[in-house]
Write a protein that binds this ligand. Structure first.
Ligand SMILES: [Zn+2]
Ligand SMILES: [Zn+2]
Length: 259
């Protein structure tokens, strides 16, 4: 019984310590069938992938694919939610170059427009880490931002919902189900409330477990989400990468699955 893939890992191209090859090597060592390299999106102020590096990441990935044919390697991005209107920091034209698209909220991201600093990033910076400090209005705005992003882009995975931001996680998860996007149970922390996760489990939301590794030795570390799954009794059939391979929304759209 095992997870078959890890779809959220970072490298030296953004905030990680390992190279693409080191992450892949580790994934091979522990017997994963698939692994994704998903560094931070372009508008993160500190840990972004630089546009100019993208071609090197592609070239590196290609070399590593040739060296390790036994594992499928996705080169994607963990894009940033960059506005309260659901903008992410990718262009529609970027989609063709991405094998996989994660979207998540992060602090220190260049706002899409100046008013997003005042109405989105600043209040979430101040209140987003507390369970109780975000106003109902802010929670509604954040929820709408996630839902609009899901509507706008073929997002495959929403990462760490409610980490450093508070939204109505159940509403976001319902939108994920509607569009065929996976809700991540993140390997560093699960910030959604137990009661919300239980509701999601009952409603048939499909989750995906990822390490969010920032160093190669953490690739495939699913201990945090596994503890949540066991504690809450989330059915394994609702875990997209447990004993099976996920089918990602953006790849379905591109016609990459035969059945
Ligand atoms: Zn993240
Ligand atoms: Zn991450």
């Amino acid at each position: 019984m095992a997870f078959w893939g890890d779809y959220h890992t970072h490298t030296i191209y953004s905030h990680g310590h390992g190279t693409i090859e080191e992450n892949v090597q580790r994934a091979v060592e522990i017997g994963l069938k698939e692994v994704a390299i998903t560094d931070h999106g372009f508008r993160h102020m500190m840990y972004n992938v630089r546009h100019m590096d993208w071609k090197y990441m592609h070239a590196d990935t290609q070399k590593v694919r040739e060296k390790y044919p036994q594992i499928k390697i996705y080169l994607g991005l963990e894009t940033n939610l960059s506005s309260r209107f659901g903008k992410a920091d990718i262009l529609p034209s970027d989609m063709d170059n991405l094998d996989l698209v994660i979207c998540g909220y992060h602090k220190f991201v260049m706002p899409d427009r100046p008013s997003d600093m005042a109405k989105f990033f600043l209040p979430n910076f101040l209140f987003g880490s507390s369970e109780t400090k975000s106003s109902a209005k802010l929670i509604k705005r954040n929820t709408d931002a996630y839902i609009k992003a899901l509507e706008k882009y073929d997002i495959d995975i929403v990462s760490h919902i409610n980490h450093a931001i508070k939204a109505d996680a159940v509403e976001v998860a319902r939108a994920c189900k509607h569009y065929g996007t996976y809700v991540e149970l993140n390997g560093k922390r699960v910030s959604m409330k137990d009661s919300d996760l239980e509701k999601m489990a009952q409603e048939g939301i499909i989750f995906i477990c990822n390490s969010d590794a920032h160093s190669s030795n953490r690739v495939g570390d699913f201990s945090v989400p596994m503890a949540v799954i066991e504690r809450l009794g989330i059915p394994f059939e609702q875990i997209a990468n447990w004993e099976k391979l996920p089918k990602f929304r953006s790849r379905k759209k591109k016609g990459l699955y035969k059945d």
